[in-house]
Design a protein around this ligand. Structure first.
Ligand code: NAD
Ligand code: UGA
Length: 470
């Protein structure tokens, strides 16, 4: 490893969310000589990062934070101070889908990124490398550069794109041993300065250097390809249910082809998470913007298939339960968008709960890591729709038809059905004999993740429905 002769790197990261927090914690952990300041405008979030209960649940995260916090890792709301001290600023803020104006429902809302660029420019009196860590539409770096350079001619900014590929639930493993690090830029000195940070623990041959636009576009493309695989197998799951084929067997059979590979072929109730949908819609918007409607339609279908899969699951529950779930208790097992995270953004569970509430089902929800307030907020937000207002009937439904349980067993007690929405490990090990005794009969189980032993459950007496199995 070559030692750099430049001044020591000092990092400031704007945005202490699911990416900023874990990513910076790993850099601080692996590079004890680098000062890392993580800043956020939200004082509650910063207070949580400085507490025993971090705002992000991620296996292994707390240990890494605890080791570095107070040594070379700091969480603070002093955004200007941290920028002034740093010579490398990461922008790791949220880039949600726009809900208003031009491109509403598709384009990325870049107001937070632009605000960061302006704040960095206003608080810089020395040269800095500015790193886009957020997922951004291709050519955003152009705007970031313009904002930065229009502020002061004396300070030089180099803009790099360094998208993050971690997945929630495995973030620490992904950060510790990434498949690759991608750095896009047009200054090789700046690229190597950032590469030097990663080289503290990532082999150089895993660090890919590209131009800015390739890097920005690769991130959107990676998420689009991953989501496309899930939608592809979910599309096949519908055909499996109609024909008697078993989607897990089909996935196993095609996944052994080394050209296809076994990963991301798990049929499910539909993908969730804060990024797949938003990033594909962003890609769709970009294609339309650049006059490529056929390409836009091709990718949009991945999201449409996902919407269909979620709706198909809700409909199947209603149909199997004799076409009515009105006032029937249904246990919802899991609310997070996947296991090992407390993140519920775009979770399929929210959509299925919304559909079942429309049918007047009584829901009892249990998730080991998602708190009651979050569940209520998510449901109210989705049910209210675009105007944000809840009708009296909707308010009443949320009051009388949604309860939150402290365990999977409690949720299932007296229920007509269990809908398994998140593949938490504890669900596989539940005591199904006693759960069966406590439920109404026929006792239905709708396994939205194909993680339960359907033969065993059928043997107990359950009426079990899995994804992609007739
Ligand atoms: P997040 O919402 O969890 O965190 C973003 C944080 O930025 C929030 O705490 C917010 O208060 C803060 N913020 C907003 N404006 C700010 C400003 N001007 N100054 C300081 N802080 C500000 O979002 P996230 O999940 O961490 O995602 C961040 C970006 O990373 C997005 O572009 C996302 O697409 C991308 N990404 C996310 C993941 C993931 O697993 N969540 C993975 C890879 C990439
Ligand atoms: C995804 C990507 O995997 C990351 O590389 C990327 O950095 C990140 O998005 C991002 O940009 O935010 P994440 O959304 O955290 O990560 O989690 P995934 O493991 O990709 O799962 C996404 C959704 O797809 C989950 O709801 C998951 O349950 C579902 N999924 C995944 C399936 O239904 N089947 C599969 O085979 C795989």
């Amino acid at each position: 490893m070559t030692k750099s002769t430049q001044e020591p790197t000092k990092i400031c990261c704007l945005g202490a969310g699911y990416v900023g927090g874990p990513t910076m914690a790993m850099i601080a952990h692996k590079c004890p000589e680098i000062d890392v300041h993580v800043v956020d405008l939200n004082p509650d979030r910063i207070a949580q990062w400085n507490s025993e209960k971090l705002p992000v649940y991620e296996p292994g995260l707390y240990d890494v934070v605890k080791q570095a916090r107070g040594r070379n890792l700091r969480f603070t709301t002093d955004v200007p101070g941290a920028i002034r001290e740093a010579n490398m600023c990461f922008i790791s803020v949220n880039t949600p889908t726009k809900t208003f104006g031009i491109g509403a429902g598709r384009a990325a809302n870049l107001e937070f990124v632009e605000k960061c660029a302006r704040t960095i420019a206003e608080n810089s009196d020395s040269d800095k490398v500015v790193v886009e860590k957020s997922t951004l539409p291709v050519r955003t770096a152009e705007s970031v550069k313009r904002i930065l350079s229009s502020h002061s001619a004396k300070v030089k900014f180099d803009v790099l794109s360094n998208p993050e590929f971690l997945a929630e639930g495995t973030a620490m493993e992904d950060l510790r041993d990434p498949d690759r690090i991608l750095i896009g830029g047009d200054s090789s000195a700046a690229i190597e300065k950032l590469a030097d940070v990663y080289k503290n623990w990532v082999p150089n041959d895993k660090i890919i250097r590209t131009n800015l636009w390739s890097s920005e576009l690769s991130k959107l493309t990676a998420n689009a390809f991953l989501a496309q695989r899930v939608s592809s197998i979910n599309a096949i799951s519908a055909l499996c249910e109609a024909t008697g084929a078993d989607v897990d067997e089909v996935a196993g059979a095609i996944g052994t082809d080394s050209r296809i590979g076994p990963k991301f072929l798990k049929a499910s109730v539909g993908f969730g998470g804060s990024c797949f949908q938003k990033d594909i819609l962003n890609l769709v918007y970009l294609c339309e913007h650049f006059g490529l409607p056929e390409v836009a339609q091709y990718w949009e279908q991945v999201v449409k298939m996902n919407d269909y899969q979620k709706y198909r699951f809700s409909t199947r529950i209603v149909k199997k339960m004799f076409n009515t779930v009105s006032n029937k208790k249904i246990a919802i097992w899991g609310f997070a968008f996947k296991k090992d995270t407390n993140d519920t953004r775009e979770s399929a569970a929210i959509y299925v709960c919304r559909d079942l509430l429309e049918e007047r089902a009584k829901l009892t929800i249990y998730d080991p890591k998602v708190d009651i307030d979050q569940i209520r907020r998510d449901l109210a937000y989705l049910i209210a729709g675009p105007n944000g207002e809840l009708t009296e009937v909707q308010k009443e439904l949320l009051q009388t038809h949604v309860t939150v349980a402290k365990s999977a067993e409690e949720a299932a007690d007296g229920a007509h059905a269990i809908a398994l929405m998140t593949e938490w490990d504890e669900f596989k090990d539940a005591d199904f004999d006693s759960i069966y005794q406590s439920m109404m009969k026929p006792a239905f189980v709708f396994d939205g993740r194909n993680v339960l032993d359907s033969q065993k459950l059928s043997g107990i007496g359950f009426d079990i429905e899995s994804i992609g199995k007739a």
